[in-house]
Design a binder for this molecule. Structure first.
Ligand code: AHM
Ligand code: MG
Length: 327
């Protein structure tokens, strides 16, 4: 959709926007649209839980079960349950890969899509009222609909994503997603219970002044990463690190910047997971004019070999990521 048409849609609800743009999907049968709506719905439920997170301890003594009879769970587990339930009910997804489960889950053999999700990322920030996020990647299954799931359906390269996005639970709640036709951001209006298009056709500045990396680990960075970070300091850039990937990425998407999680002594392959953390943000960054690499290879070109595979991650403004890679 051209920029002017998108600009005219500011204020559209997410539902209406998805519907109006359904013809962009290669296989426009409405299922991918429904899947995006299912994700948005589950995210509203999770948003509600996130917002009352601080009350759980206060309300805890009332009993260990909530009104639905569920045991009270940690928020990340709860978010996993909410998304899994919504996707199971929706029926469009045949297999679900989640940070919270060792193996993938078969949802519906007649579903056309595979989804990889980190239901609630930024675990260290959950209990301290700092922004957290949900990250998702959607693929079309390769095997025949109705047949059992195959390994090839599960371990697809990021370049095969048909849609990807994140939900940021921050000072406001936002959903940002792409279906390969640019990136659009929607802000949640709490009292109406709706996401509205607030950030049409998002573009990542080509260059920026922000670098985001956990410098506490710098002793174990490679020489090249150390040099790049020193270069950022020499150029008097600004360090910003929330420790919540979605929040750090979102800020850099809007303002221009680079996010780095390199290999360290503790995590030689980096800490972040290719399938449900890096691929989605790599797809979004490229769609917004940015770039994502593991230092050598384009993230979207990496063939996954395991569900929970980790990769070093450099993502953000194109010129900054190119420069980091050149080091
Ligand atoms: P998680 O999946 O356990 O939440 O870990 C992922 C998070 C990212 O959101 C964040 O960017 C990174 O871990 C922070 O790690 P560190 O505390 O090592 O800097
Ligand atoms: Mg995570």
């Amino acid at each position: 959709m051209e920029a002017s048409r998108i600009a005219q849609s500011i204020g559209f609800t997410l539902d209406r926007f998805i519907k109006n743009n359904q013809d962009q999907f290669q296989y426009a049968s409405g299922e991918l649209s429904q899947l995006l709506r299912d994700i948005a719905l589950a995210s509203k439920v999770v948003n509600r839980e996130v917002n009352k997170a601080g009350l759980i301890d206060i309300m805890g003594p009332l009993g260990s079960q909530n009104m639905a009879g569920d045991d009270q769970q940690k928020l990340d587990v709860l978010a996993d349950i909410r998304f899994t339930r919504a996707l199971k009910k929706g029926g469009e997804v045949c297999a679900l890969i989640s940070e919270e489960s060792e193996s993938y889950e078969d949802l519906n053999n007649n579903g056309k899509y595979v989804i990889a999700i980190d239901p609630l990322d930024g675990s260290s920030n959950i209990d301290v009222n700092v922004s957290i996020g949900t990250i998702f990647s959607i693929y079309r299954r390769i095997s025949k609909v109705g047949s059992p799931i195959q390994q090839e359906d599960i371990l697809q390269k990021g370049s095969e994503q048909v849609a990807a996005g994140y939900i940021l639970y921050g000072s406001s709640t936002m959903m940002v997603y792409t279906t390969g036709h640019g990136v659009n951001g929607f802000t949640f209006e709490q009292s109406l219970g709706e996401f509205f298009l607030s950030h049409p056709d998002m573009q990542m500045p080509d260059n920026g002044k922000i670098y985001s990396i956990n410098e506490g680990q710098s002793n174990s960075f490679s020489e090249s990463v150390k040099k790049y970070v020193q270069d950022c300091k020499d150029k008097k850039m600004t360090a910003r690190y929330i420790g919540s990937l979605v929040a750090d990425f979102h800020r850099n998407l809007l303002k221009g910047g680079i996010y780095i999680y390199p290999s360290t002594a503790k995590d030689p392959e980096g800490k972040l997971r290719l399938m449900y953390e890096c691929n989605a943000l790599a797809f979004i960054s490229e769609q917004a004019g940015g770039m994502a690499t593991d230092g050598k290879t384009r993230i979207l070109d990496i063939q996954p070999t395991a569900l929970h595979q980790r990769v070093p991650f450099f993502v953000g403004s194109k010129k900054m990521v190119e420069l980091a890679q050149s080091f």
